[in-house]
Design a protein around this ligand. Structure first.
Ligand code: PMP
Length: 367
């Protein structure tokens, strides 16, 4: 096809067409410099201006104060699963992992290689259908840190409210890979936030870390040898230019952040994402049980809408028909099956309405 299709991929995922067009238009000659941004030195003026603008735009969009450092790293959220306990899990303490899906389990497993962990709450027995109620989560002041996953990409659940996290006394760490920049966020209630860019803010290859300076100081006192490349401090001291950054990915992230800002910032993203998700959840709720949402309504994600059909055969038929209509990426994660529509910032309301219409007509044909 020569046309862009409806892209519901879970990540890497849809990027705004304007961002892609800008990259195409300056691919060979960036800003009249006679070379691509990919061909510039990371120590030169051209790249440095992209680098620092990216960091400044992150701060502006999220309202981040000078009490935090913003780092642009590599290795994805998966490297953060390891970097976190390396830097923060001292031998005398335990890290507290709130389990809300497979990614939180993976994060905990990495920490288990390095020290002791426990889980102050787990939604596993309930098939990760909901986020645990705040009152039921065990934490102690001695936790090395408390780790949560704000949006569970595979199960389609999300934390709805972060306002009470300030009641926790230990450092609060969040994997926000699949919802950072999709809604406003009280950054001050967290000590460390990390996210791969490939869902809401760019292509894969760059990983954003937001870390409080207080926590950064604490990492200096950890009783463990940490390789330089794995230390948050190394990267903070060198403004994320300790080694060669993923320059093209950062450039794409800068352009995507500019797009978010030009389109009204995080409040506007949230309103639009709510409306988009609402179209799909309405189709599920009005289907008389033909479509069943995986997430409990109180924990529904506005980023990943997960649902099943009455049988395996119908699911297969649904995915096949969807493909024919140029809907891409609707199969659920291989570990849970079913269907999943990932509708990050760059997925349009029109795409969501087209999918809703398709769901309604598929049901009519097969009920
Ligand atoms: N955490 C969450 C919530 C995710 O959705 C993903 C990727 N889908 C990861 C971690 C792993 O990220 P990466 O592939 O960037 O390591």
């Amino acid at each position: 096809t020569n046309e862009r299709i409806h892209n519901f991929n879970a990540g890497p995922a849809a990027l705004p067409p304007e961002v892609l067009r800008q990259a195409a238009s300056e691919l060979e000659n960036f800003n009249g410099t006679g070379m691509s941004i990919m061909e510039h030195s990371h120590r030169g003026e051209s790249y440095e201006s992209v680098h620092y603008e990216t960091i400044e735009t992150v701060k502006r969009l999220l309202g981040i104060s000078d009490a935090y450092d913003v780092l642009l790293l590599q290795g994805g959220a998966s490297l953060q699963f390891a970097m976190l306990p390396y830097n923060l899990l001292s031998p005398s303490r335990k890290a507290n992992y709130i389990l809300t899906g497979s990614w939180s389990e993976k994060a905990k497993k990495e920490a288990d290689h390095l020290g002791e962990t426990y889980s102050g709450a787990s939604g596993k027995e309930d098939h990760y259908k909901r986020i645990p109620d705040f009152e039921t989560i065990d934490t102690t002041v001695d936790d090395a840190y408390i780790h949560l996953t704000s949006n569970n990409t595979i199960y389609g659940t999300a934390w709805q409210d972060f306002s009470r996290l300030s009641e926790w006394e230990a450092p609060v760490v969040a994997d926000m890979s699949s919802d950072l920049f999709s809604r406003p966020l009280p950054v001050e209630n967290f000590d460390l936030i990390y996210a791969g860019a490939q869902k809401n803010i760019g292509p894969s290859g760059v990983t954003l870390v937001i870390i409080s300076k207080t926590l950064l100081e604490k990492t200096k006192t950890i009783a463990r040898e940490v390789p330089a490349i794995m230390r948050y401090h190394t990267h903070a001291e060198k403004a994320s230019l300790y080694n060669t950054p993923p320059t093209f990915a950062v450039y794409m992230m800068r352009n995507t952040l500019r797009w978010i800002e030009a389109n009204g910032g995080l409040q506007a993203m949230e309103a639009r994402n709510r409306e988009k998700a609402g179209r799909l959840y309405d189709a599920i709720d009005e289907s008389d049980g033909f479509y069943r949402g995986h997430a409990h309504p109180s924990s529904r994600s506005n980023m990943n809408v997960t649902f099943t059909l009455p049988s395996e055969e119908l699911t297969e038929q649904f995915l096949e028909d969807a493909k024919e209509r140029e809907f891409s990426g609707l199969n659920g994660h291989r570990s849970v099956g079913g269907c999943r529509a990932s509708i990050y910032n760059a997925v349009s309301l029109e795409s969501c309405e087209a999918l809703r219409d398709f769901m309604v007509s598929f049901q009519k044909k097969h009920r």
